[in-house]
Design a protein around this ligand. Structure first.
Ligand SMILES: Cc1ncc(COP(=O)(O)O)c(C=O)c1O
Length: 427
């Protein structure tokens, strides 16, 4: 039996692309008119007293221990220890939405939802899996991909993780992508995850490839398939070559066709160098969707958040809000990006001037990583590099070795890569 509140949301989404893409859990979930909703009403109308929320108030403010407050004295008690609303700090959400438009000029004039705050991009991906995947609703993603996708999709959601080949000899494998999308579309639905700059390859599509990717999706949507696209933009802005498509593909998909629903997964984790903050955002965009549709999707997300972590961390959101309003932020980010770019350039120099019988660098032009296609077992190679050279790398699968150049100093690049090549050639 569906809860009447879930039914209400499903009615709003009836005959829309998001409505048709929902999973079993997506159909069931709703945001209860419980403590949080009643607390929200009390905030507005409970002028004499607000006896709703389980916090400790003194003088109308959250109580805060001096032993806590003294370590972040510039932040108020409210910014540190109060609960945030389920969908996040409203000011931060508004600011992030403005930033999305600023960073993606192609979105101008296109309507998107309010970003919902989630505790990190991983949680955002997991919530999308809750909302749109189940046993017979698979997700399509490139091979190789970030390993956490398969854990969420297959193990956690008992769904299926379908893949296409990420690279051909010329870069992004458009042919494999097109075939895989068309195969999914035979069911009437395509659920697709794209992540650029990519983990583990460090690749982003060129302008020409991006145009082809968009065309393939437009064509399949025009033929009637309902298409869901997740844009994992974790490494947004870390582009090191000129011909890379400079925006999130979300800017294209957000109003591509009535049959396409796009979701942007992003946040300050890598963009603003705050990995442990556990702050991310989910933002929807779909041609023809109204504010009412977006609000229904937001309510469903709020149900998922309320039923798992209740709400995201307050200090992280408060710090992010303050930092995003700080005029010094952009220049400081530029300095860090430059650092990463210098490491990239050094790695590029090494791999283009060295050859190995057992290693082939996969295309890379952005982000934190690069990967090798290995002709020997990648796990055995990893072990050899670790134990003989005391250098850590990651075996993504039996033929892919990932190197996070983001975390090695420019001066270490030569040593690290020489060790990797030596080990590979001695196998
Ligand atoms: C592609 C991709 N998406 C998402 C994430 C996770 O981001 P967060 O730390 O905000 O959960 C990562 C982190 O490694 C990643 O590589």
């Amino acid at each position: 039996m569906l809860n009447p509140l879930a039914q209400e949301l499903n009615n709003v989404l009836k005959n829309t692309t998001p409505g048709e893409l929902l999973s079993d859990l997506g159909l069931r979930i709703f945001f209860p008119k419980g403590i949080i909703a009643q607390g929200g009403e009390a905030k507005k109308f409970g002028k004499v007293a607000n006896a709703t929320i389980g916090t400790t108030l003194t003088g109308g403010k959250p109580a805060i221990l001096e032993a806590v407050h003294k370590y972040a004295p510039e932040l108020s008690a409210g910014e540190l220890v109060s609960y945030m609303p389920t969908a996040g700090n409203p000011e931060l959400r508004t600011l992030w939405k403005d930033l999305i438009y600023k960073k993606n000029p192609g979105l101008k004039g296109k309507s998107i939802s309010m970003p919902v705050v989630v505790p990190g991009l991983t949680a955002g991906i997991s919530y999308l899996a809750d909302l749109f995947l189940d046993e017979d609703k698979p997700l399509l993603s490139p091979n190789p991909s970030w390993d956490n996708y398969a854990l969420i999709v297959e193990t956690r959601r008992n769904s299926q993780f379908h893949t296409f080949n990420l690279f051909s000899d010329d870069g992004f494998d458009l042919d494999s992508f097109k075939k895989a999308v068309e195969k999914e579309a035979e069911t009437g639905f395509v659920r697709l995850l794209l992540n650029f700059p990519q983990n583990p390859s460090g690749y982003s599509p060129t302008n020409a490839e991006a145009a082809q990717i968009v065309k393939i999706i437009r064509d399949i949507a025009e033929k009637g398939a309902k298409v869901l696209i997740w844009d994992d933009d974790a490494y947004f802005g870390l582009n090191y070559e000129n011909d890379i498509y400079p925006q999130s593909l979300f800017a294209e998909f957000a109003d591509l066709h009535e049959n396409v629903l796009a979701v942007k997964i992003d946040g300050p984790t890598k963009e603003d160098f705050v990995w442990g903050f556990r702050t991310g955002f989910l933002t929807f965009g779909g041609k023809g969707l109204t504010e009412e549709h977006y609000a229904a999707l937001e309510k469903k997300l709020m149900g998922l958040i309320r039923s798992s972590v209740s709400c995201s961390s307050t200090p992280s959101q408060s710090l992010a809000l303050r930092a995003f309003s700080d005029p010094a932020l952009e220049n400081q980010k530029k300095d860090f990006r430059k650092l990463l770019e210098e490491r990239y350039t050094e790695v590029k120099k090494f791999v283009t001037s060295h050859t190995s019988k057992n290693l082939e660098a996969l295309p890379f032009n952005s982000g934190y990583f690069m990967s090798f296609h290995t002709k020997v077992d990648a796990e055995q190679l990893r072990q050899k590099i670790l134990h003989e050279k005391q250098i850590g790398t990651v075996a993504i699968d039996s033929e892919t070795l990932r190197v996070a150049f983001s975390s090695i100093e420019k001066e270490q690049v030569e040593t690290v890569y020489k060790a990797i090549y030596d080990c590979a050639d001695n196998m």
